[in-house]
Design a protein around this ligand. Structure first.
Ligand code: BES
Ligand code: ZN
Length: 619
């Protein structure tokens, strides 16, 4: 323990320590403690810890590999004899210590989920460990896209996705969210392309294809990210901008026009934005997520570009991660709700401040519907419906359900309801301030909650039911929406009796349409489905959320046989998991695996998606 203390003190001095408070706190930051043990990493931060990374990389689009060196500054306890890194599907050619001595290295046994531990013996004076390596065709974090898989169809594209445990497939590292490092990078790419990272970024292409990056705030390795493509930059404010392929730039600049306002509102709520710039990159449609909160540059799916700014809650979400997630990070993936639950709560506060309560209640209600569906699917009494998870021996991504997102957000709403908005906002603001650039476990949060909210204001809460209990607690503060209730009435009074005149529907926003589509009875007959499609043209909607909801309903009631081609077009190009999972599982339930397979086959020809290997098998 004594060694650890020295180690932790050193580490925090080197990383980002600006004040004594943090030095003192770091002593508590004991990787050795039980609840801090990360079952998804082989690394040994309690003995030897990486603190800074310098990456020197070459991106080879012909071979579809990245080659290079990862130089790590390390700190260690006195007796430490080795440092352990996480690796998966990497070829390591050489390891050097202190830039001079070539060192031996060994691998631990291969694990399908976690990859392989890389053991490097270290000396008393070792401060720098350099790992020479290349990625492989299996490196799951990387998607290499051919020109025809991009918007402009002229140049290839590459992007990385590190969360949850994929960074180790493109950089050997101590791949635990409980560890923070700063990084610099030098990346060489083909001259016609631009590279961006979760760091300081260029706005124009370089002459020679070489780019230098710096991330001087310490971040967990899952947030190291790279994208390379024919990118152009458009400014959307003094602090914000958009990167996109040239043909997508104008639409993207319009769609995200409110970003800087969101940033200001967020700062007013929970304190200063500590990452300097906030930019967004619009990726090709195979990107497996809606958005990914890579620091300084959110990676986003093009499926939120609806032309009317109706899907930008996603930007509020990724921006909110600049506090919840990137500033204060879940120490392990069992604590994932600390990232996502806080972020959904925060996202809705941003939306409320900008677009009002009525609008935000609709978002929250759609979220509640998702939560109910997930609880139903997982099982009301199942431990996977606890906020605090136990993912030992399982894929870290198994925690990516609406439990973390929506149950987490509704838990915070229940606390807000208990103490009132003013006190709750004070609590959150102080929480972010006191834990910035730190990682937190659920247990540490609970301790903080008890002291700074429950005891302070002398209130009773059922936080244990929310965090360690199953299902949705009875005090879940579900909002009401008149707008949604009137849609429910229309469905009962009209649609069920075959009438299609919905007065007022010309003014519905995307969320009203989504609610409508979700509430259409699953057994609606083919004739009615056809009429609905003719009248509202759902199958050709330019809004991906509406398309996905309509396709799901159509698959469930058999209408899909009439609209196979738009369904196929959508599924062949789009990689967003939130859309694919329900659509493939609906096909599975409709007993049409042949369709699922044929679409997936085409997808494989067009889009390489190692991340979503055979989704209809998994769900
Ligand atoms: N950080 C997540 C994405 C993620 C989670 C990637 C876990 C890998 C593992 C991101 O912030 C997110 O939640 N994205 C959502 C959108 C959001 C508005 C709910 C998505 O991609 O659908
Ligand atoms: Zn998120």
């Amino acid at each position: 323990m004594k060694y650890f203390t020295i180690l932790a003190l050193l580490a925090f001095t080197i990383i980002s320590c600006q004040n004594k408070e943090m030095l003192k706190d770091s002593i508590h930051n004991q990787y050795a403690e039980d609840h801090r043990k990360d079952h998804h990493s082989f690394s040994n931060p309690d003995q030897a810890l990486t603190t800074n990374l310098f990456l020197d990389l070459n991106v080879d689009f012909t071979k579809k590999i990245i080659t290079g060196v990862a130089h790590f500054d390390i700190v260690k306890s006195e007796g430490a004899s080795e440092i352990i890194f996480d690796t998966k599907d990497l070829n390591i050619s050489k390891v050097k210590l202190n830039q001079k001595i070539e060192s031996k290295f060994t691998f631990g046994p291969k694990d399908d989920l976690l990859g392989q531990a890389l053991h490097i013996p270290i000396e008393a004076n070792t401060t720098l460990v350099s790992i020479y390596y290349e990625t492989s065709a299996n490196s799951a974090a990387l998607q290499w896209l051919r020109p025809n898989q991009t918007a402009d169809k002229k140049h290839p594209f590459l992007f990385s996705q590190g969360q949850a445990i994929l960074t180790r497939t493109w950089i050997p590292c101590q791949d635990s969210p409980g560890i923070r490092i700063t990084y610099d990078a030098k990346v060489k790419v083909p001259k016609e392309l631009m590279a961006v990272m979760s760091a300081s970024n260029p706005t124009v292409k370089s002459e020679d294809g070489v780019y230098n990056f710096q991330m001087k705030q310490a971040i967990p390795p899952y947030l190291i990210a790279l994208a390379v493509g024919d990118l152009a930059f458009g400014s959307i404010g003094t602090q914000c901008g958009v990167y996109a392929e040239p043909s997508m730039l104008e639409a993207s600049v319009y769609e995200f026009g409110d970003t800087e306002k969101m940033l200001k509102v967020a700062e007013d709520l929970y304190g200063p934005y500590l990452w300097e710039r906030y930019d967004i990159i619009v990726l090709p449609p195979s990107f497996p997520f809606g958005g990914m909160e890579n620091p300084r540059i959110t990676f986003a799916t093009p499926t939120i570009i609806a032309g009317d700014r109706s899907l930008t809650a996603l930007i509020a979400h990724e921006l909110a991660h600049s506090w919840s997630g990137n500033l204060v990070t879940n120490a392990t993936w069992d604590d994932f709700w600390l990232n996502e639950g806080f972020t959904v709560y925060f996202e809705r506060r941003i939306m409320e401040a900008l677009y009002g309560k009525e609008y935000t209640d609709m978002l929250a209600l759609l979220g509640f519907q998702d939560l109910e569906a997930d609880v139903q699917h997982i099982g009301h009494n199942h431990a996977d419906t606890h906020l605090k998870l136990n993912l030992k021996g399982r894929d870290a991504d198994d925690g990516m359900t609406d439990i973390a997102y929506e149950k987490g957000a509704y838990f915070l709403m229940s606390l807000e309801e208990k103490v009132g908005r003013e006190k709750f906002d004070d609590f959150l603001k102080t929480y972010f301030e006191e834990h910035k650039f730190k990682t937190l476990t659920t247990e540490e949060f609970v301790e903080y909650l008890e002291e700074k909210l429950i005891d302070k204001y002398n209130v009773e809460t059922n936080y244990k039911d929310w965090i360690y209990g199953a299902g949705i607690p009875a005090n879940c503060p579900i909002p009401k929406s008149d707008k949604f209730s009137s849609i429910d009435l229309l469905i009962n009074r009209k649609l069920k009796n075959g009438y299609l005149e919905f007065k007022g529907s010309e003014n519905w926003n995307t969320h009203q349409w989504l609610h409508f589509l979700r509430k259409i009875p699953k057994n609606t007959n083919q004739e009615m489905m056809k009429k609905l499609d003719e009248k509202f043209n759902f199958s050709n909607s330019g809004n991906a959320e509406i398309l996905a909801a309509w396709f799901e309903l159509s698959i469930k009631n058999g209408y899909y046989k009439n609209i196979k081609s738009p369904i196929e077009d959508f599924l062949v190009s789009v990689g967003r998991r939130k859309f694919l999972t329900p659509l493939y599982s609906a096909m599975k339930e409709a007993d049409d695996l042949a369709l699922a397979r044929s679409i997936y086959q085409k997808k494989q020809n067009q889009i390489i998606m190692p991340y979503l290997f055979k989704p209809w098998m998994r769900y």
